[in-house]
Each structure stands twice: as C-alpha cells, then as structure tokens.
Design a binder for this molecule. Structure first.
Ligand code: SF4
Length: 192
C-alpha cells in the first residue's frame, strides 16, 4: 500500500507547466529533512495504486495531468506501480522529486528535480526541469550536475519572500540564457 498525505485538484503553480490544471497526489514521508521545508507530508491514509487512480478520476475527471509530490514520492516502493496505474488510465504523470532516489522512469513521465542536500547522478541526468530554491543564496553547487544538458533551470524564491524574489530575479537577469524565474503562482491566488 501507498502512504498518502492528500489528493486534491488544483493548478500547477511552478515551473514549465505553471497554470496547467492538475490533480496532486502527495505521498507521505520524505527521506530528507530540509530546514526550510514548509510542506505537511504527514501520513493520513493508505491506498492501493488502483484506489489512488479512482480518487484522481473522482476529483479531476479527465484532467490529463497528475503530479506526484511529497515529501519524496519516489521513496515509496510502490511508486512505480502507481505511475504505471496512472499511465494506464491515460494520465500524463509528473513527478516532483528531490532527486535522491534512483528510479527508472518511462520516457513520457515529466521529472522535476529540486536538489537539496544530495543528488543522485541518474536523476540529474533524467530531469526534465530543475528547481533551485533561492533562500538567501543561489545554490550554485548543483549546477555542475546539469552542465551540457538542455534542461530548464528555474530559480524559485523560498516562501516568495521579497529578498529571495529580488535575488532570484537579479540572478536570472544577469544570466538570461541560463535561468528562469518560478514564483509559486498558486500562493498568489490563494490555492493549494
Ligand atoms: S526534500 Fe522537499 S519535502 Fe523533503 S524535507 Fe526537503 S523540502 Fe521538504
């Protein structure tokens, strides 16, 4: 069984797919413990992959996009079975991962990697987009892992705090061919 925190229908507020309606499946638990983490990924219920698919259908109807997030969604042994069940139901699966757990993902799965204290090279090589959290500094130590890859590098200001927004914006403007800004749009419109 999968351990879950919540399933809800909303809109992607970050990165390349900002503004796209999506069903969010938040898996419980994380293998890291970042000091700035503001996500409640506590375990609230268990469900099989088929039960998660049924909930996605009930909440999102035919919404094509399903985002597996956490916590760390790939830390659960049954995450691959969940991905397969959602793909079999015709969903486009997106995963938001800290990039520490190496999993062989189907090519049509969109992988967002947001590196924190460590990064698995296989997941750096697989990432479709990268989200760097700007929290008083730009975490440039991760850039080398994505060198030579045609992958969008987003600077995302932690908590949308003005100082972090400024730093992210100025950094993106200074290196416009390298960085893009991601502003957690859902927080501006008051949705999850
Ligand atoms: S990896 Fe993400 S979910 Fe896990 S503790 Fe860090 S910020 Fe929170």
């Amino acid at each position: 069984m999968l351990g879950l925190a919540e399933i809800f229908y909303s809109v992607q507020g970050e990165g390349t797919w900002t503004g796209t309606p999506a069903v969010f499946v938040r898996l419980a638990g994380c293998n890291l413990n970042c000091r700035f983490c503001d996500t409640d990924y506590s375990l609230r219920f268990f469900a099989s992959p088929a039960q998660v698919v049924a909930r996605v259908q009930a909440l999102g109807g035919d919404c094509p996009m399903v985002i597996l997030t956490g916590g760390e969604p790939l830390a659960q042994a049954e995450s691959s079975a969940l991905i397969e069940a959602l793909r079999a139901d015709g969903r486009r699966v997106h995963i938001e991962s800290n990039g520490t757990v190496a999993v062989d993902l189907p090519r049509d799965v969109w992988l967002t990697v947001s590196p924190k204290e460590r990064l698995h090279p296989a997941m750096a090589a697989r990432a479709d987009e990268v989200k760097l959290i700007v929290d008083g500094r730009v975490p440039r130590e991760w850039l080398e892992a994505f060198d030579g890859r045609n992958v969008a590098l987003f600077l995302q200001p932690e908590g949308n705090k003005p100082a972090n927004v400024s730093l992210a914006l100025e950094t993106a403007k200074a290196e416009p061919g390298r960085f893009r800004l991601s502003l957690q749009m859902h927080k501006f419109i008051g949705v999850r």
